[in-house]
Design a protein around this ligand. Sequence first.
Ligand SMILES: [Zn+2]
Length: 229
Amino acid sequence: MFHSLPIDSFVCQTTHCPDFQQSGRQNVKFRKFYGPQKRRLLRCRTCDTEFSETRGTPYWGSKLAPAQIDNIIDHLTHGTCFSSTAALTDCHRTTAAQFTRLAGVHLQRFHDLHSFVGEKVEQAWDFTVVNPRSKFVIKGQVGARTADLTGVLLSEARDRLADPQNLVLFTDGYLPYQSLFPELFGSAWQPPRQGKRGRFPRRTYRISRRTAHVRIIKEYSGKRGLTWP
Ligand SMILES: [Zn+2]
């Protein structure tokens, strides 16, 4: 069943790699088949590590056959309790419980990092604005990562906030945030022109003292040395 997945749908599973769980980087290559089930061993060209195609999934490291794991997860996702799932799929109750956790972790990771639309051809970002205190999702968007869609997400999030003048926004190093933040959360200000003739200088945006934008940029050097400037 694993062979149906194309190589470029896999992502690096090595946590210190700059391409860790990043899709669309063309860094994962086929290395060889291994083991009795002829699973594929993959190699990441960025960090030069090898990993199984099942790494990071509930199939990894399990002695059960993939079909039996599918069967267990199928029962659990349809609301069958642990003991009934165990009886129907010929496994132990604790095994059924363990797969609930493994599948849950795998899906959460998949959801957090990336999602695909259509035929897995077009990569899409899952943008979310979350209130860190309440964990409420303020706004979400899915689509290609462009300045336009980022602008839509931020302006919709701003409209949903009771006080958009009193916030700290944390983002990653995606550049459009830099210009969008003052435009959407600041107030427009027209600088006066020099003298009485000529053009007015370009409009700028002022940010209130209670509002701030923090960009968190992770830097890697080789396999280690992660810094958060
Ligand atoms: Zn890697």
